[in-house]
Design a binder for this molecule. Sequence first.
Ligand SMILES: NC(=O)c1ccc[n+]([C@@H]2O[C@H](COP(=O)([O-])OP(=O)(O)OC[C@H]3O[C@@H](n4cnc5c(N)ncnc54)[C@H](OP(=O)(O)O)[C@@H]3O)[C@@H](O)[C@H]2O)c1
Length: 342
Amino acid sequence: MTAIPGMMRAIDPAAPGGPEVLEIVERPVPAPGAGEVLVRVAAAGVNRPEILQRQGKYPPPPGAPSIPGLEIAGAIVAVGDDVDAGQVGRPVCALVAGGGYADYAIAPFGQCLPVPPALTMIEAAAMPETLFTVWTNLFERGFAADGDTVLVHGGTSGIGTMAIALCRLFGVAIIVTAGSDEKCAACVALGADHAINYKTTDYVEAVAAITGGRGVAVVLDMVGGDYVPRNLKCLGDDGRHVSIAVQGGGTATIPIVDVMRRRLTLTGSTLRPRSVAFKSAVAEELARTVWPHVAAGELKPAIDRVFPLARAPDAHRRMEAGDHVGKIVLTMADHAAPRFEM
Ligand SMILES: NC(=O)c1ccc[n+]([C@@H]2O[C@H](COP(=O)([O-])OP(=O)(O)OC[C@H]3O[C@@H](n4cnc5c(N)ncnc54)[C@H](OP(=O)(O)O)[C@@H]3O)[C@@H](O)[C@H]2O)c1
């Protein structure tokens, strides 16, 4: 095993700005605290919240590293107190509160999942953020279940593509929206039952037609604003509306009588500020319910494009351009330091 160096490459902008602020700098390799592990990062997923963080609109929560990056895959190279030293060398992927855009990152051990042979490190790095988010929102808060039909906006997003994969796996019919015919075709190719081009078609009318007027059981919404009252029209009786982002506006006017008459539930959540205990409980649940399918090669993330760490600005430009389908991933494979063999 290679010795752990004192310094590492990382992306840690001194000030907010455009993609060009994502320059590689040197930072000390962090040390794991109690219940944590140090991971030599092989790959890190890119997520929309990192764009907002870079722009200064989404500061890291207290105690989280200023280095961006919410999900990683790599090998455990050191453990803190309360973690079995036998874990060193284990390939894992992990949800982290920050720090992923670096050669080494700290992860709470409870938020790690093993990387099975069925997954590459790039695929493993592309899973935690969307898997934890879709699982806790669509399936736990929204109670999506076998036989249900759900509506998910942003079908080609990292979140949307994971929702399509999980719905396929668990017998849930999924209708998605996307902003072009090409994106709609990509969603159907990934397994969506229906894809609606929201720029050319009224998705409320389309959902009514697809469901024979019954509506869907759950809407997973990342748009907010005037989508919310429209989404409520798409819900059937006892339907659940789950908000995970407000890209189209943070306030909405809704017909309360409709909520009462059709017994609708409005809920939502943000993953990043939740406690390690909560995220570890989700990881445990995912290990039981979803990970056997991952190990069997039945669930993989849709990968859009992979960039070396030094091209993080291009990775952000690609996400901001909005042409991606699935996940954008950074790989650390180009660094000069000797690789830890996995
Ligand atoms: N609450 C949480 O815990 C949590 C966790 C992770 C992510 N998120 C949020 O989930 C969203 C997706 O994240 P991601 O990383 O998967 O991002 P992403 O791949 O960049 O996807 C963003 C998606 O939003 C869609 N979109 C944007 N504005 C829209 C509008 N006005 N109408 C309809 N669709 C619109 C885009 O669809 P088109 O290109 O087809 O227009 C695109 O598919 C982000 O907003 C992110 O902040 C929330």
